[in-house]
Design a protein around this ligand. Sequence first.
Ligand SMILES: [Zn+2]
Length: 182
Amino acid sequence: MEPDSTQPGRGERAGQGRKSLLGSFQGGVLGLMNADHIIVPCGNCGTRNRIPRARLKESPVCGRCRTPISVSAAYPGLAVDATDRTFQQEVLQFPGSVLVFFWATWCGYCRSLMPVIGELAKKYAGRIKFVRLQTDTNQATASRYDVLSLPTLLLFKNGRQVNRLVGALPREQLEQQLSALL
Ligand SMILES: [Zn+2]
């Protein structure tokens, strides 16, 4: 059911002693990966609006009910914290691309990945939603997705899991996987 392209990354359990390549930043150019539109749900009627990226700054309105659409509310540009209770709504019901970062406070690789996730959330604001889930306090979700090693990143598109990345991947590799979501 879940088409994983599982990658043997460096997780908290797998492969100690190899230095993380996180932090070898690419100096990414904004807009390099140029999706020509994004899908944003209307807060009033739920209609999924396809909005050309070029027109995001023109105060778009819903094609059906003309309610102004808050693009920044749908893709805030920072990682949103989800729980067992909110996972369905934040991730599975979200019409668009979502990255879910499964982490724990005791996980060193997770701590080094955290600022990268924050920066990517800003960089991909309006294109990919970033969600964090703490596994210790949300074990039902972690168990449902077989998260055995931390960090684990799951990528969703329109509520369907499309990829799983295990371990602290270098930022460039992470961005390659993200570009497939756009
Ligand atoms: Zn509407």
